[in-house]
Ligand binder design. Sequence first.
Ligand code: SAH
Ligand code: SF4
Ligand code: F3S
Length: 436
Amino acid sequence: MSKRLYIETYGCQMNVADTEVVFSILAAHGYERTDDISQADVILVNTCSVRDNAEQRIYGRLEQFNVHRRQRPGVLVGVLGCMAERLKESLLESGKVDIVAGPDAYRSLPLMLQNAGPGAPQINVLLSREETYGDIVPVRVDANGVSAFISIMRGCNNVCSYCVVPYTRGAERSRDWHSIVREACDCFARGYKEVTLLGQNVDSYTYEGCTFAGLLRMVAEACPEMRIRFSTSNPQDISDEVLQTMAAHANICHHIHLPVQSGSDRMLKKMRRRYTREWYLQRVEAIRRYMPDCAITTDVIAGFCSETEEDHALTLSLFEEVGFDAAFMFYYSERPSTLAARKYPDDVPQEVKTRRLEEIIAVQNRLSLESNRRDVGKVFRVLVEGPSKRNPAQLCGRAGNNKMCVWEDAAHAAGDFVDVEVTGCTQATLFCKLVG
Ligand code: SAH
Ligand code: SF4
Ligand code: F3S
């Protein structure tokens, strides 16, 4: 009898892509996917360690999973991903977990599940220099069948001092471009209309002399009717060639996620980011030179070690200067064993971190609204994702610049491309009407 497998995914898009790889590996061993945890024989949670509150949430979930495990003997609970890699054996100490598998250990899951049971916990947290799961055809978990993630590399070779990712994901390695192009074409053949190429630092992609710009061009040309997105770009590494390639291919979306982290050179240096404020602003200028309509979004950290009010003011002024279209904003969360945890005291008081974060959010909310207002009157080609959550008479979908659009429409469905004109907005949404 086949076993039913339930997986919950936290963290970044790469974890979503990894969960699809895990479903694929386990489907080949007879595991059947279920979305109903109370029916599951195996409960897996793909985890994130990037900030402490991400981990706390998962501890809460493990308590819940343990209720199922106690009520239905035989149910196995496993922790996958970054927390598995960071915490290793210590996750087993609670007695609430049967399996601990790091991000490079997913091929061993069938065997681990077979051997696991009461008193026989299984652990594999070996990191690899080669594993890319390039040969595995992911089982897509998103319901709409419109947009797919394609992992193009794994790991990270940067050592940003605040960041746990290099420890949880290991060394950077790029996936064979043949398998990436094949996967993109396969997605298109199966009805997908958009792919997002994923890596922690896509601009350092390199495989047999092929750069990220080369890969982008190949994917864009192999699937000319498919939309291409990518994430994440590092300000240090994003090349003019990538910008030229984006400008030259109508199917590559004009959106760049370019995490800045701080507007202060002193902080950037301490964070071990390898660029300055000036360099960042020049990259923004280059993006706008090649693609005046390109959306630019960012990540930022408030209250990193020793951050002063002056440093913080520089972050606020950088936000104003760039006018980001959107941002993911966090306060600094010390991660054990990172360089910052070892070298710098986490000395900005929590209430100061929170206040600075709120100030950044307030500025960005206004900038997002201003950015959306500039789009009123424009016509965008939008990929329909499905009915709008707020109003089922409306459809929703993203424009090339990644902004969420909603409009009245009874004629189209998920997967269609439609042209809409923006008639109004909030800071989060463009209100539109169908044109043509
Ligand atoms: N590879 C990407 C970022 C991956 S982590 C890049 O280099 O841009 C996603 C975001 O989480 C980071 O951009 C950063 O803003 C945030 N982050 C990472 N570590 C953090 C920490 N210790 N505390 C708070 N935010 C953190
Ligand atoms: Fe973390 Fe820096 Fe690597 Fe991004 S580039 S994953 S922030 S170490
Ligand atoms: Fe989190 Fe790991 Fe992604 S720490 S952000 S799930 S790489």
